[in-house]
Design a protein around this ligand. Structure first.
Ligand code: FAD
Ligand code: NAD
Length: 468
């Protein structure tokens, strides 16, 4: 007879759910995790962060071999794309990551309940898989069911010609013309992948800039650089309809503010206008768990819903839909359940776009500081003035640090350039420690590194960069 009583039952095996399960098990709880997908790891490991980064890496290598290596004096002839080989790389990366989570479950003695979970009472979950099983949670039920693609009215996603990110991670051939609807993170990352592999990519964005939630200067620079790489942008434009034809899709576009319509033909259309919380079939109505006005599970500062014993974390609750945010919430919740002081600092959650150059942000943008009336100083340093960036032929971009005008405390950092996905961690750590720009400027940074640009941007906050 399978085990049916646990301390903690987590519904959803993504970065929020599986990390919460591991931390709860480390803290001595008896834990089960309900996951309906055939593998653990959620959106992130199966059809999100990990496969997209595998394709980004492979397409970067192809692009570099084709166009980039000559600048280093390396001649390569006969560079060819082997798309099945690219997909094999991606599939192997996904397989080893999802298998890794299964291993961690075994190591931590977490029971994976395979099937769809439905909450039938504040301490009871029914799991419908090959069999139907009822389990109880004496301490907590954790909703970590993540998010799903937001559909665009008038377009039916068939994952062939009109695809979501999931279909765009597995196209069987490089489309001649790819239209991406939405100039957000997915649009720019997957647009970059297919653009490098040979597609003619047009990004249609409703607002007047790409990456609209990021610092304005970053958005502008990202669009300029990606434009130079061959991506075409149609900003302030909405898609009002689509007709699927034998050869592809004909989209009807209109200016966002209204006006004359035009037609744009595509072989494949990627719909990437955001994601929405996934709560279908969870039984939330029956137990009375409240949602907010955007359909997210409503929680308090301790991740508790309005129903005692039921908690929620990750993409299904408010906040940025990011894997590391979901993970940190999973850890914090497990610690709170164990009587510890788990917490997440929402002011210091880095966000990264893995294009090339990469784009990364942490803390407040200039727009946010201006709107809040905060007096700040900005220090900026371009990669064109960094020796290591020149050595690797990657000088596009800059680092900008925003510090309080009075205390010099770092309030935000905005980076575009090579490897900034890794470099943003130094700035996040500085912010966690309440560092000033001067603290960063006085920290010895190895030479020659890209990180010296961070030190120089910190010096620039005080108007004294050394190499500019
Ligand atoms: P999810 O990862 O969505 O996991 C939820 C799980 O719950 C799913 O496996 C689902 O099957 C399961 N589930 C749902 N309902 C039930 C049920 N009733 N019973 C049982 N199981 C259920 N974020 C980053 O930080 N960095 C990135 O580079 C990045 N890249 C991305 C690229 C793409 C293409 C996409 C789509 C997303 C990307 N994200 C990235 C976002 C990231 O994937 C999510 O923020 C993250 O996965 C959220 O974790 P989660 O645990 O809340 O939910
Ligand atoms: P997004 O919110 O990043 O971007 C959606 C874009 O679509 C926005 O620019 C928005 O203005 C635009 N848009 C909305 N409606 C539109 C319409 N009708 N027509 C044209 N444009 C429209 O969403 P996404 O790119 O779909 O990604 C979904 C989530 O996944 C995001 O929350 C993101 O955080 C996460 N994600 C993260 C990463 C990463 O961290 N590197 C990568 C991929 C996805």
């Amino acid at each position: 007879m399978a085990e049916s009583t646990f301390d903690v039952v987590v519904i959803g095996g993504g970065p929020g759910g599986y990390v919460c399960a591991i931390r709860a098990a480390q803290l001595g709880f008896k834990v089960a995790c309900v996951e309906k997908r055939g593998t653990l790891g959620g959106t992130c490991l199966n059809v999100g962060c990990i496969p997209s980064k595998a394709l980004l890496a492979a397409s970067e290598k192809y692009e570099e071999a084709k166009h980039g290596l000559a600048r280093f004096g390396v001649k390569v002839a006969g560079v060819e794309l082997d798309l099945p080989g690219v997909m094999k790389h991606k599939d192997e990366v996904v397989k080893s990551n999802v298998g890794g989570v299964e291993f961690l479950f075994k190591k931590n003695k977490i029971t994976w309940l395979k099937g769809a979970g439905r909450i039938t009472a504040a301490n009871t979950v029914v799991v419908e898989g090959d069999t139907t099983q009822t389990v109880t949670a004496s301490k907590a039920i954790v909703i970590a069911t993540g998010s799903e693609v937001t559909p665009l009215p008038g377009l039916t996603i068939d994952e062939q010609k009109i695809v979501s990110s999931t279909g765009a991670l597995a196209l069987p051939e490089v489309p001649k013309r790819l239209v991406v609807i939405g100039g957000g993170v997915i649009g720019l990352e997957l647009g970059s992948v297919w653009g490098r592999l040979g597609a003619q990519v047009t990004v249609v964005e409703f607002l007047d800039r790409v990456l609209p939630t990021m610092d304005g200067e970053l958005s502008k620079q990202a669009q300029r650089i990606l434009g130079k790489q061959g991506l075409t942008f149609k900003l302030s434009t909405k898609v009002t309809g689509a007709t699927t034809t034998e050869s592809g899709v004909a989209l009807t576009l209109e200016p966002a503010a209204g006006g004359a319509a035009e037609t744009l033909e595509a072989d494949v259309v990627l719909v990437a206008i955001g994601r929405r919380p996934h709560t279908d079939g969870l039984g939330l109505d029956a137990v009375g768990v409240e949602l907010d006005n955007r359909g997210r599970v409503k929680i308090d500062h301790h991740f508790a819903t309005n129903v005692p014993g039921i908690y929620a974390i990750g993409d299904v609750v408010e906040g940025p839909m990011l894997a590391h945010k979901a993970e940190d919430e999973g850890v914090a919740l497990a610690e709170i359940l164990a009587g510890q002081a788990g917490h997440v600092n929402y002011d210091v959650i880095p966000g990264v776009v893995y294009t090339w150059p990469e784009v990364a942000s942490v803390g407040k943008t200039e727009e946010e500081l201006k709107a809040a009336g905060v007096a700040y100083k900005a220090g900026k340093f371009p990669f064109t003035a960094n020796g290591r960036a020149r050595a690797i032929n990657s000088t596009d971009g800059f680092i900008k640090i925003l510090a309080d005008a009075h205390s010099d405390k770092v309030l935000g950092a905005h980076l575009i350039g090579p490897n900034v996905s890794e470099m943003v961690a130094e700035l996040a750590l500085a912010m966690e420690f309440g560092a000033s720009a001067e603290d960063i400027a006085r920290t010895c940074h190895a030479h020659p590194t890209l990180s010296e640009a961070t030190k120089e941007a910190a010096l620039a906050v005080d108007g004294r960069p050394l190499h500019m």
